[in-house]
Design a protein around this ligand. Structure first.
Ligand code: DON
Length: 307
């Protein structure tokens, strides 16, 4: 095993001085207010060790990274039937795009674009009231991370609702195609709340352990999903986890990864490590500028690319 303590410290020091940090998301005030100078990294290895540097213990809005956990829960609820309502192909379009839905009969390309995650959330809601579905997500993520301090930021969820016109449009459009069973307002209430989960890099890397470990939560010893399902979630993260930047992320980093507009990225080195990075400045495709660079450097020094 490479000297990970030294590597995370080096990367955090390099990122502290990086001049080109991207642009912090502006669409809601609680995200726009985040200091662009922040950078955190956390690695949890297969043997349970944790390596954390920079702002790796500071909470941030995980946003679209929650789509991984929502998908995992929904697969647990309905199994592979889910794939009748959501595809498994990269979209090549921005995360909030609507264009493909028209010619593709309201079936989103994959579960990691907004449209796909809204259908996944409709499935989660199928098991109860919005409050129950939100509670279930929160409990699930807390169990995965082994940390009850994880919470949902209500101010973020409220702001998302106030500015969520494109998501509202996506949801109504899919409901028009018969691919949303529940009321739009209820589905989006749950969706905006799981996007508003606040987690640190350490908590996120711990929550991702099941994806490095063949579907098993190493802390509880329970199978969160089967090994086959964990492989498939990783495959989708690799091909679709960064929207129209997924090819570039695979090219530069070579790991399954899921980004969020809060500047976080969860990445998985299967069998080796679960990794989370955070820096709020985004590149032109809405993915963390320094988070991607940090992962590129990490993989360069560890040889963890899956290729
Ligand atoms: O629904 C939205 O648009 C946001 N709550 C999440 C989008 C997001 O994280 C896209 N990621 N880069």
């Amino acid at each position: 095993m490479p000297d990970l303590a030294a590597i995370v410290a080096d990367i955090a020091a390099e990122m502290a001085d990086a001049p080109d940090r991207g642009t912090v998301a502006q669409y809601i005030p609680p995200l726009a207010a985040v200091d662009p100078k922040r950078f955190g990294i956390a690695i949890v290895t297969d043997d349970g060790r944790e390596y954390v540097a920079g702002d790796g213990d500071m909470g941030f809005s995980i946003q679209s990274i929650s789509k991984v956990f929502a998908l995992t829960l929904a697969l647990g609820a309905v199994g592979d039937q889910l794939w009748q309502r959501v595809g498994v192909e990269p979209s090549g379009t921005p995360f909030n795009s609507i264009v493909q839905l028209e010619s593709e009969h309201g079936i989103p390309r994959n579960p990691f674009i907004n449209a796909g995650a809204i259908v996944v959330t409709d499935i989660l809601l199928g098991r109860g009231e919005p409050r129950e579905a939100i509670g279930e997500m929160l409990r699930f993520v807390r169990t995965l991370a082994g940390d009850d301090a994880i919470y949902i930021d209500d101010a973020v969820a409220r702001a998302e609702l106030e500015t969520g016109h494109r998501n509202i449009a996506l949801a109504h459009y899919m409901r028009g195609f018969g691919n949303l069973n529940r009321e739009v307002a209820r589905v989006l209430g749950v969706y905006f709340h799981h996007c508003a989960l606040t987690m640190s890099c350490r908590q996120l890397a711990r929550a991702g352990r099941y994806l490095m470990d063949g579907g098993r939560n190493p802390e509880t010893g329970h199978n969160v999903v089967s090994a086959r399902r964990a492989r498939r979630i990783n495959a989708l993260m690799l091909t679709c986890g960064h929207y129209d930047g997924s090819g570039e992320f695979a090219f530069r980093v070579g790991l399954p990864g899921k980004s969020g507009v809060g500047g976080g990225i969860l990445a998985v080195a299967p069998g080796i490590a679960s990794i989370a990075v955070w820096s709020p400045g985004l590149n032109e495709r809405g993915n963390s500028q320094l988070g991607t660079l940090a992962l590129e450097r990490l993989v360069h020094r560890t040889g963890w690319s899956i290729f």
